[in-house]
Design a binder for this molecule. Structure first.
Ligand code: IVH
Length: 686
């Protein structure tokens, strides 16, 4: 660093020992206060004292910047707003849990577990389970090196997640470092969540400031973790419970002790965990928890049951999706009775007509419910749902409540069957019901409701992230004729003067909208693919598609069979993509967006050289689960390695996927080293 700038001077300034000692003491005090407040819920100093400690530490660090440590409590909020989250590969995949909904299913689970143990000649007398709460939040992984929190990531697809370290650092229940610990290098996993009370507070603040409210605490936590500005995250009261520990520093024996060790390391561990000896005791635990569920300050959606011994867990093993040694017991959805005042029709962005019941408002799982989805007309017919009916509604894992059944005994004598509409309630066009589908569709692509839906989807934060184009503004722009379809967004700057003159718009907000539109042109291809709103293409599917068809020309000319053959992509998606590009309107949309300067090509990721790969030759055989062969080859090459199609004495490594071909035998006979896909992935991380 240069010596003649001010920062350089500050950095080179000698730091008196007394300052170092004072800063260290302040950090310890602040960390301890955070621990007592956020983890133990037993604060021992007041806000004023806390603020004074923090103020003094900030002062010292400002005067002597060289004393700032990564784990200083002043570093919980990073100054920078990031553009895009980096991807992080999980060393051990983050699996999900299989579900059970009744005691019989738990007994089956217990039988399976005992069966596995018997096969492995383990005495099932030694079997213990640990029961925990199933928190309704977002799973994250926290990696500590030399005792310091260095990286935090979301679960993502289980193998790769988003690097959300800066956002996780703002959570005061998460220690930034561990001190005096027997382990220094480890990974902790757990759930980020928001307490019910905090969720309500955030929602009323959102309402007051005219912003969209969140549907439930889980969505709020997930949305918050994905914010690019950790300053905003810091203002949202995210919380954390840990439920998993992995380390090579010391041998670990069982899950129960791991939870105790996590507590010792000062991680928040929920107190309801319990060790039990048999499945009957598991049931007692589940019943007990279901009874107290509503009194808990955070939302849970069930109980998790885990085999205690880590050795037994390993013997029992995992399927590709979930461990066989654990199961979630999900609580039944909450129900309430109310009356249907009316049935309205909603028109979605792809023209889908969804009937929605308007209800007499009732409170269910902490929120006021005044609407419930009726899904489609077959459902109305099947359940014989009528206006004026008294119905049972239910809120399950889904955000939107649904009508479970009609209480016919309360039906008014003059009630009439619901009449299916023939015309779109918004534009009056004909409705169509494709064969083999349950939904009716409005056939008018330019129906204002469809345009509105398409634009709302396009500008969404997870899509093109265009700020300032809220529901009401989009509606105004459509009704005033400025926007007829997505491409018109990129022509709005031509109407700047007119826009400023629209009531309530003003120059500043128009400028903000226009610059956000301009900035959206930087969004990568996979986001564009998601944003254009091809039916059935969600965020994850868009990523998979973009990786397999790295530019729009390849995608638009691909056949249904070709798209269908991609791992994880089904025929419904393949058909929808092909139909989109066959349609003139789809073609026109892509042309228009290309002209506007949007990205329709995958960006090559630049990865640093890796000494393991450098100058070594790799061959791949069989099908890899996490990469296409082309992607794996690109990764190897970007790390400085070479790839080849055939095994020879010059081959250094053969990477073996599912159903390997003859290359495997050849490699064995030549003594070429063999790598499994998992080994390959873990090498990428080194
Ligand atoms: S254990 C391999 N424990 O449930 C074990 N998960 O469907 C998986 N969850 O993604 C994690 N509370 O987000 C575990 N006490 C708990 C949990 C829990 C909530 C979530 C977690 C996970 C999902 C699995």
């Amino acid at each position: 660093m240069s010596n003649n700038n001010q920062k350089g001077d500050l950095f080179n300034q000698p730091v008196p020992d007394s300052i170092l000692t004072e800063a260290k003491k302040l950090r310890e005090k602040i960390n301890d206060a955070d621990y007592k407040y956020y983890v133990l819920a037993q604060p021992d100093i007041d806000d004023y004292e806390y603020d004074m400690l923090m103020k003094r530490l900030i002062e010292l660090e400002k005067e002597y910047p060289s004393i700032i440590t990564d784990d200083s409590p002043t570093q919980r909020v990073s100054g920078q707003v990031i553009d895009k989250f980096n991807s992080v590969s999980h060393s051990v995949p983050m699996l999900s849990l299989s579900n059970s909904y009744n005691f019989e299913e738990l007994i089956d689970f217990d039988k399976r577990v005992r069966g596995f143990l018997k096969d492995a000649e383990i005495d099932t007398k030694n079997l213990e389970y640990v029961c925990e709460l199933k928190f309704d939040g977002v799973a994250v992984s926290l990696v500590y090196e030399n005792g310091v929190f260095i990286r935090g990531a979301t679960r993502g697809d289980g193998f790769t997640g988003d690097d959300v370290t800066n956002n996780l650092k703002t959570i005061k229940a998460i220690p930034l470092s561990v001190t005096n610990s027997k382990i220094k290098n480890f990974e902790v996993r757990g759930e980020v969540f928001i307490k019910k009370k905090d969720f309500e507070r955030i929602n009323s603040e959102q309402e007051l400031s005219g912003e969209k409210t969140f549907a439930n605490p889980r969505n709020t936590a997930a949305g918050t973790l994905k914010l690019k500005d950790s300053k905003i995250v810091a203002r949202r009261p995210l919380d954390f419970f840990s439920y998993y520990l992995r380390t090579n520093d010391i041998p670990l024996e069982n899950h129960y002790n791991n939870l105790l060790l996590l507590k010792e390391l000062k991680f928040p561990v929920n107190n309801y965990f319990k060790k039990v000896n048999n499945i009957e005791q598991v049931k007692e635990y589940c019943d007990e928890i279901e009874n107290i569920r509503d009194t808990l300050p955070y939302e849970i959606d069930g109980v998790v049951v885990k085999v205690n011994s880590l050795k037994q867990q390993e013997l029992i093993g995992n399927t590709s999706k979930s461990p066989r040694w654990a199961i979630a017991y999900k609580f039944k959805a909450k129900q309430k009775t109310t009356k249907i005042k009316d049935i309205k029709l909603q028109v979605g962005r792809t023209g889908t007509i969804t009937p929605v019941a308007e209800l007499e408002p009732v409170f269910l799982s902490g929120s006021k419910i005044s609407r419930a989805t009726l899904h489609n007309f077959d459902e109305i017919k099947r359940k014989d749902i009528r206006i004026g009916d008294t119905v049972v509604i239910e809120k399950g894992g889904d955000v939107i409540p649904k009508v479970v059944k009609v209480l016919k005994e309360f039906r008014p004598s003059n009630s009439k069957e619901f009449q299916f509409p023939e015309k779109c309630p918004v534009c009056g066009s004909n409705l169509e019901k494709p064969e083999n589908e349950v939904n009716f569709y409005c056939v008018n692509y330019f129906c204002p409701a469809q345009v509105q839906g398409r634009i709302e989807h396009f500008v969404m934060r997870d899509a093109m992230d265009i700020r300032g184009l809220g529901e009401n503004i989009i509606e105004t722009l459509i009704s005033k004729g400025f926007i007829k379809d997505i491409t018109d967004i990129y022509r709005l700057s031509e109407y700047k003067e007119e826009l400023i003159n629209i009531e309530r718009f003003g120059e500043k907000s128009v400028n903000n909208i226009l610059s956000s539109i301009e900035k959206s042109k930087e969004k990568p291809y996979e986001k564009v693919l998601f944003a254009i709103g091809i039916r059935y293409i969600g965020e994850r599917t868009a990523n998979i598609i973009a990786n397999n068809f790295p530019n729009i020309e390849l995608l638009s000319s691909a056949t249904e069979e070709k798209i269908d053959s991609i791992y994880e992509i089904g025929p419904k998606i393949a058909k929808s993509i092909v139909e989109f590009f066959r349609d003139e309107k789809g073609k026109k949309l892509i042309e228009g967006l290309k002209k506007a300067g949007l990205k329709f090509e995958l960006e090559k990721k630049t990865i640093k050289e890796n000494p393991f790969f450098k100058n070594k030759t790799f061959v791949i055989t069989g099908t890899l689960n996490n990469y296409t062969r082309k992607q794996a080859e690109e990764i190897i090459e970007s790390f400085g390695g070479k790839t080849s199609n055939s095994v020879s004495k010059n081959t250094d490594y053969l990477i073996v996927g599912d159903d390997p071909g003859s290359k495997l035998n050849k490699a064995k006979s030549l003594g070429v080293k063999i790598l499994s896909e998992e080994e390959f992935i873990s090498l990428l991380k080194q």
